[in-house]
Design a binder for this molecule. Sequence first.
Ligand code: ADE
Ligand code: ZN
Length: 353
Amino acid sequence: MGRVEYSSYSCRVETFGESTTTAAPPVAELHLHIEGTLQPELIFALAERNGIELPYADLDELRAWYEFTDLQSFLDLYYANMAVLRTEQDFADMTRAYLARAAAGGVRHVEVMMDPQAHISRGVALETCVNGVASALATSVEEFGVSTLLIAAFLRDMSEESALEVLDQLLAMGAPIAGIGLDSAEVGNPPSKFERLYRRAAEAGLRRIAHAGEEGPASYVYEALDLLGVERIDHGIRCMEDPALVERLVAEQVPLTVCPLSNVRLRAVDTLADHPLPAMLAAGLNVSVNSDDPAYFGGYVDDNFAQLVAVHGLSVGDRARLAANSVRASFADEARKAELLAEVSEWERASVG
Ligand code: ADE
Ligand code: ZN
């Protein structure tokens, strides 16, 4: 196998009077793990290219594992499937496949998280994973019209020493990272474990985000804000259990990158109908809609919007607000934000007919 073929994707289309537009507005995707975009077909293609024997006979056998009971049950499969990523070309092909699909679904800017520790711990050089992803991001504007930034995420179930070592290596090699994040198994690994890491990242001029309040308690959201100085919270849905925290997040307009289909598939909520996104919007929280690990959770950003429309009847105005929130909460420069906000306004105007 030389090049990875991209299948063509059709966007869901809604018709309003004379105008035709998609359910999903143009957005900035702010919560996306690039390793979570590895589709089953690509897993098999890369395994074949690299001579790796998979523990699944075929796609159906692999897909049978995509039934999750919680975050850890997903992480086990997510890390196992990364075994097929060996070369720069593998990382580049995975990234390009995501960009092609995301662009077709309305993503206009993306801040891609990657998990370097998950690769170096299995013998892949840091340069291989970083350069592979970065090479695909470098041509994204030209190829897909999608602007990009790269964020190095650290695994919170590993030690802070390991994270510090990798951050130092990333800085020493001049890796093109805009910021750092914190992901993996949340409960029992509070933000307070990573204070030195975030201090060092701040000193290096990096932007800072962290997963908090996905499975972990609201107290982790306070810790991420107060101890790590994060500028955005990934997920944050459990803030809804703490009215004082909601009040603070609204007052400070802290961006929360919410991932509805992920929350359903990882059983953070029972069903999409029970998802707190509409209540979060109504409370005045600064929320956006994101896909998290689209290959594992049944959908990209546009699929998240389509299902929110189907289940919650999310209005065009709500969708435009979510999109504008994503743009304002991004780390794109002001000129790019202005461009994207104009696109959101135009989408809203065309969608209301
Ligand atoms: N790594 C990839 N997806 C994740 C998620 N939803 N939560 C925590 N860590 C992750
Ligand atoms: Zn995530």
